[in-house]
Design a protein around this ligand. Structure first.
Ligand code: HEM
Length: 181
């Protein structure tokens, strides 16, 4: 996972739970990097799992809830790292269609060792959009947190349901996003 994701995670922990919480996580988690992250470098995925698990122990909040809320924190931070012209979408559906074909492609050019998920729009009406999520990291809940935050940016109220999930043995997840307003 790119260092950028770790530095944003650190920011979220320090802002939400305080500096001493981050210090505790560093002591509790087994981190070969020592917990010092640089945006452009890449670190073992296991380190983010260690950190989220330690945060769950510290806060008592279940890991899945923390992953989803981290997605909400991650979206604006990642979006700001892109040139403004690249994030200039007129509505949520256009943004979601661009994640796989434009946004993550640009991420791959910037960081050739980045591993982004497959996130393909398979069906779309004005009210509903279906996306297939596939990644060995199985971070579908992170995707859900990112999508909710993206919807907020457009003033949309959405509901996301998980039609099938990699955590339940499927080889991909289906996310059904419905406009509620
Ligand atoms: C709603 C919009 C977006 C969704 C649903 C989404 C989804 C995801 C997910 C789920 C991951 C975790 C990796 C995985 O599952 O394999 C990820 C990674 C990442 N995404 Fe996105 N993303 C979105 C927007 C963006 C934007 C705007 C950027 C801007 C730079 C971005 C850059 C990245 C980067 C740098 C990674 C880490 C790759 C790595 O560590 O190798 N994403 N994205």
């Amino acid at each position: 996972m790119k260092g950028a994701v770790f530095t944003i995670f650190q920011e979220m922990v320090e802002e939400t739970f305080g500096f001493e919480c981050w210090e505790t996580l560093l002591q509790e988690a087994n981190l070969p990097s020592g917990g010092i992250y640089t945006s452009a470098d890449t670190y073992d995925d296991q380190e983010i799992i260690e950190l989220v698990t330690a945060l769950s122990n510290y806060t008592g909040t279940p890991v899945p809830d923390l992953v989803e809320s981290f997605g909400g924190y991650l979206f604006p931070a990642l979006a700001h790292s892109m040139p403004e012209s690249m994030m200039n979408y007129s509505d949520l559906w256009s943004l979601l269609e661009a994640v796989d074909s434009v946004i993550h492609v640009e991420v791959g050019k910037l960081y050739p060792d980045a591993i982004t998920p497959k996130l393909v729009v398979t069906e779309k009406t004005d009210q509903q959009l279906k996306m297939h999520y596939q990644s060995p990291r199985k971070l579908c809940l992170l995707a859900i947190g990112l999508i909710h935050k993206a919807a907020e940016k457009f003033g949309d109220t959405i509901n996301i349901s998980h039609e099938c999930c990699m955590h339940e043995g499927s080889d991909h997840c289906i996310l059904v996003i419905t406009q509620e307003n």
